[in-house]
Design a protein around this ligand. Structure first.
Ligand code: PA5
Length: 378
């Protein structure tokens, strides 16, 4: 179970109301996801992963935001345990980056997992066109379609319609699970399974954390964390620095930034999430952290680590606390699937509760939609 170094006073009535609201919310589908796993869907995911492993040297994962960051976070943190290399595309509009991904695939045998809940997002749509062309040139139209795995809405969207008409293998992003809360659905599970991540253990870790909410609701560290960051927010600590001492967990920080930024940053509310990897960034941002403007607090994800790294963790906690930074520490039990499963659920829950404490809807992203609309006009 995750350990934390804080025990704030909790408004138990408000916390109870918030949990009920989350459960009832149309977009709260992730809330019970770990303990209501669709076993048939899970088998389909595993079968598809095995097929990809048998047919491809590379899986091109096309997607952006919630359709990308979660699985990349876990795959990078745990390291690939499969002969299939994952290449990411469709997460920017840079032609240079797209060419780089196309070159990386080169002449290798490859398959494509295109992931887009809406099925209309421009970045993945453009990358998908390019990789589809490459697949067709290499394998022909029919065999190319057999190498395309589309994860999208069950009923609508350009990608959905194309997947149906061309016969791609389809996986569904459930309607009631928003992009940034979707890592434990086919969105994240398929690429992770291809990369050799044990997705059963990941789901077990998340389920275990979900169970702990039932037995000790107010003592649950996710609830405590949500309340303490809200308290800090009210005291004008308007920036949260997610810090970890594991370079391979850099994308987990990226996932966190999206989760909190998109869930909480609306209605002129929220805490700006940013991140560092220590000890690397102690040599760039360390000065500011120690002695710069005091509007930030630090949330250290205290992964189990080696002795020397552990000493740095302790030294940083002491130095930064002495420098006037509120330092929160979140310690997962292990640096493996189970530990990350726990962490995913911990942060999803904390984020949803925290956004509700700020009085905003954790599950929409009107700001993201605004940019998409402007871009389409241009
Ligand atoms: O969390 C979100 O909802 C967004 O970040 C989306 O995941 C992102 O915009 C990609 O959208 P889509 O999956 O529809 O292509």
């Amino acid at each position: 179970m995750i350990k934390v170094n804080f025990a704030p006073e909790i408004d138990t009535k408000r916390a109870g109301e918030i949990l009920t609201e989350i459960e009832a919310d149309l977009m709260g589908g992730w809330f019970d996801l770990p303990r209501k796993v669709d076993m048939a869907e899970l088998s389909r995911i595993k079968e598809a992963a095995a097929k990809i492993q048998s047919e491809a040297e590379i899986l091109v994962c096309i997607g952006i935001g919630g359709s990308y960051l979660g699985h990349r976070a876990i795959i990078e943190a745990l390291g690939s345990r499969s002969p299939v290399k994952i290449v990411y595309a469709g997460n920017s509009l840079s032609r240079r980056e797209l060419n780089r991904a196309l070159e990386e695939v080169g002449d290798a045998d490859f398959s494509v997992n295109v992931i887009s809940k809406s099925g209309t997002t421009l970045e993945p749509a453009i990358a998908f066109e390019e990789f589809k062309k490459k697949l067709i040139e290499k394998y022909g139209e029919e065999a190319a379609a057999e190498r395309i795995y589309a994860t999208t809405d069950a009923e609508k969207g350009t990608l959905h319609d194309e997947a149906v008409s061309r016969g791609y293998t389809r996986f569904v992003v459930p309607d009631n699970i928003g992009g940034r809360y979707s890592v434990l659905t086919a969105v994240g599970l398929l690429p992770m399974a291809v990369a050799g991540v044990n997705i059963d253990k990941l789901l077990e870790g998340a389920a275990e954390f979900r169970e702990s909410l039932d037995s000790e609701t107010m003592a649950n560290p996710a609830i405590q964390y949500a309340f303490i960051r809200n308290l800090l927010g009210q005291k004008n600590y308007d920036t949260e620095v997610f810090a970890s001492f594991e370079p391979s967990a850099m994308y987990f920080n990226e996932w966190l930034k999206q989760l909190f930024g998109e869930s909480e940053g609306k209605g002129k509310q929220g805490i700006l999430p940013t991140s560092v990897i220590y000890s690397t960034d102690l040599h760039s941002l360390g000065q500011f952290m120690q002695d710069g403007r005091r509007n930030l607090f630090e949330t250290i994800i205290d992964y189990p680590t080696d002795e020397l790294n552990m000493k740095v963790v302790t030294a940083v906690k002491l130095a930064h606390a002495a420098g006037g930074i509120p330092v929160l520490s979140i310690r997962p039990e292990s640096y493996d699937e189970r530990g990350f499963g726990e962490l995913i659920y911990f942060f999803e829950l904390a984020c949803a509760v925290s956004a509700k404490l700020f009085g905003v809807n954790p599950f929409d992203q009107p700001g993201v939609e605004a940019y998409k609309t402007e871009l389409k006009k241009l």
